[in-house]
Ligand binder design. Structure first.
Ligand code: TMP
Ligand code: MG
Length: 316
């Protein structure tokens, strides 16, 4: 586009600069990557890169964001569903939890309902499931084995993601409406529970004998992460640039407890009901990854922000 009032040399510099940042992340051209405004995404990455690792924090959802949605045609269990093991719950309880999943999951992802309409129904779902789990007298010492026996799977590229953030001391806050004790065991068993990782989630409260008696604190479900973020704001403060990863529109509120942010780049995994939800995801997230079971794009962006030398060494 010709802008008459900009002199020719300035225009040339702008064109070269634009070309430079445009070519920076070729992976963004993949057909599984949707963006409402690619130039803005690239400019945000460029600004974050100028501040570098010391200004960045990553806030990520867990289930179906850091874990895969499916593997070899089977759904990968969420932290709640990992507990579906006869060592912990009986057949009747399993049936009840499955029935609840079949009733409420379609509501959670329904593109026609607003978050406000979903809120009370999510409270109902979580509360009923937690009640059932408490009735089962779940034993803490069984969790390690149950996670090991589950088909839980982090997304491809998870090791690079966790290791890179740890290496450069970038805080990673995992903000999950799942079950914290199970989530921690999953990342521990994958050897990526590094010291820079902090978790906000629903934690189990065990009695002195190690038997589940309640859940601690305020319930977190998919559509009240804003309240959780405000409540735990102190754990979020300090770094102006945020890379946020989620798979639900409710995950967009995970950074709401932050003040003094400069740049927030949001990445949404669109795993299910793609056609129905595509429009709202593209409107709400800066980058939408359609049926992408990997962390390739977040990793490429992180490497770009954190390790300028990687780019140069590739070009030379
Ligand atoms: P997340 O915040 O880490 O994504 O965890 C929340 C997910 O857990 C949400 O997408 C729904 C899912 N979930 C189950 O799979 N089973 C359950 O029983 C409940 C209550 C939630
Ligand atoms: Mg999720």
């Amino acid at each position: 586009m010709q802008i008459p009032w900009i002199s020719t040399p300035i225009r040339s510099v702008l064109a070269i600069w634009h070309q430079f940042i445009k070519n920076e992340i070729p992976e963004l051209s993949k057909c599984s990557v949707l963006m409402r405004d690619r130039a803005r995404v690239e400019e945000t990455i460029y600004s974050m890169k100028r501040t570098g690792p010391s200004g960045l924090q990553v806030i990520s959802d867990f289930d179906m964001t850091l874990t895969r949605f499916s593997y070899k045609g089977q759904r990968v269990p969420t932290t709640h569903n990992i507990l579906d093991n006869r060592l912990l719950i009986d057949e009747d309880c399993e049936k009840k939890i499955k029935r609840l999943l079949n009733t409420y999951y379609p509501i959670e992802i329904d593109a026609q309902l607003s978050p406000e309409q979903k809120q009370p129904l999510m409270v109902e779902w979580w509360s009923k499931v937690h009640e059932l789990l408490i009735e089962q007298k779940i034993r803490k010492n069984m969790l390690e084995r149950v996670v090991r026996e589950s088909g839980s799977r982090l997304r491809e590229g998870y090791r690079e993601f966790f290791d890179l953030l740890s290496e450069l001391q970038v805080p990673l806050l995992i903000f999950s409406a799942g079950i914290g004790d199970v989530l921690e065991e999953v990342i521990r068993q994958n050897n990526v529970f590094h010291p820079n990782v902090n978790v906000i989630s629903n934690y189990m409260d065990f009695d002195a004998a190690g038997v589940l008696q309640a859940f601690k604190g305020q319930l977190i479900h998919t559509f009240n992460k804003r309240e959780g973020a405000l409540l735990h704001g102190a754990r979020l403060r300090g770094r102006p640039n945020v890379l946020l990863l989620g798979d639900s529109l409710g995950d967009l509120n995970m950074a709401d407890g932050l003040s003094n942010t400069e740049h927030i780049l949001t990445i949404g995994f669109l795993n299910d009901q793609v056609e129905e939800r595509k429009e709202s995801y593209v409107k709400s997230f800066d980058i939408v990854l359609v049926k992408d079971e990997t962390l390739e794009i977040p990793n490429v962006i992180l490497k770009n922000i954190l390790k300028p030398q990687v780019r140069w060494s590739k070009r030379l």
